[in-house]
Design a protein around this ligand. Structure first.
Ligand SMILES: [Zn+2]
Length: 351
């Protein structure tokens, strides 16, 4: 389509060039002019027609196709129940997906390191759970038990969760003198407590949509999740998310659909938005110059929630974004890559 459009334009250009160069025989001015005008009219009509078809084609939004469920890393069977693990091991700060498949399941939970993680029913007989490995978890092997309740007799899977080192880096952070007070440990502890309280509500259904999780801005990821940070007052802290260097005023998008639980000011995170994605999964966005949403607001996937800035404990304009899963700081980049079930209207929470 485009090639033929280009050819017609070239032809038109050549006609003019040949005419100018005297390469076209012009026995009669009037007949040559008539032919040329007719040729140009037909060509212009064709070009308009082709351009209209091309632009109409470009305007049709491509139908969104959710990614098909990948092959699990391992499958375990007890009676007629299948338990699928979509990871072979998890890094510190990692997120892992479990799927149960089988008839008559009334509920299930995953138990790891003293935490009880409910499964949620997605479609038909499929149940899912998201396992979080806190960034502070030591590498090693941990018991992963999955008791399943069902009418024809309960079963329990006894598996192992291997946690690997994420190789977190070390950084030093230099703050401008007028923000040095934000290095105070008490201020940081209070802010963590406030975030824990905000992110403690666990929506029993996923609030993300079929588009899943995407970067909040297309720019390069800079300072990584989990870095050990040395502040100028010698205190050590952790980097709970990722940084992206952005000029002030750059639009920042929600990682996924959800519900805004907080939009306001915090000491360290500055102007901040916290979005609930369901099942205890939250994303936070810090140092905004301007907030674009309010607490309680439904957020669409990719919606602009604010504009980047330099508020809070920040030494230059940038975006800091972070993810929490049931109170654990997890690597949001892992969510961008992983397959997640598409929420459906018929979702039931496991109990
Ligand atoms: Zn950061």
């Amino acid at each position: 389509m485009h090639a033929s459009l280009l050819n017609q334009r070239l032809l038109l250009y050549r006609w003019d060039a040949w005419y100018d160069l005297g390469l076209i025989d012009t026995p009669s001015w009037s007949s040559a002019l008539k032919s040329m005008l007719l040729f140009r009219a037909i060509t212009a009509l064709l070009i308009c027609l082709l351009a209209t078809v091309a632009s109409a084609q470009g305007e049709i939004p491509p139908a969104f196709q959710p990614e098909p469920r990948p092959v699990p890393a391992s499958v375990h069977a007890l009676a007629d129940i299948r338990l699928e693990l979509y990871f072979s091991s998890l890094k510190q700060g990692g997120v892992g997906l479990l799927r149960l498949d089988g008839g008559g399941v009334a509920g299930a939970q995953a138990e790891v390191r003293g935490e009880i993680i409910p499964f949620f029913r997605q479609d038909g007989d499929a149940w899912y759970a998201l396992v979080a490995v806190d960034m502070n978890t030591s590498p090693g092997a941990y018991a992963l038990n999955v008791p399943v309740r069902r009418g024809s007799g309960d079963v329990s899977f006894a598996l192992e969760l291997r946690v690997e080192s994420a190789g977190f880096i070390a950084q030093t952070l230099d703050l401008p003198g007028d923000r040095a007070w934000l290095e105070d440990a008490e201020i940081e502890n209070q802010e963590y407590a406030a975030l824990d309280a905000l992110a403690s509500a666990i929506s029993p259904v996923p609030l993300w949509d079929e588009t899943g999780f995407e970067l909040p801005h297309a720019s390069e990821l800079t300072s990584p999740f989990g870095a050990f940070r040395q502040l100028s007052n010698e205190r050590r802290t952790r980097h709970t998310g990722w940084d992206q260097n952005l000029p002030s005023g750059s639009p920042v998008r929600a990682l996924a659909a959800g519900l805004a639980r907080f939009a306001g000011q915090l000491d360290i995170r500055g102007n901040y938005v916290l979005i609930d994605h369901g099942l205890g999964l939250y994303s936070g966005y810090a140092h905004f110059s301007e907030l674009h949403v309010a607490a309680g607001q439904r957020i669409e996937a990719g919606e602009i929630i604010g504009f980047s800035g330099n508020s809070g404990r920040s030494s230059a304009p940038h975006l800091h974004w972070e993810t929490l899963l049931r109170g654990h700081w997890v690597d949001g980049a892992a969510l961008l890559d992983m397959w997640l079930p598409t929420p459906s209207a018929s979702v039931d929470a496991a109990s």
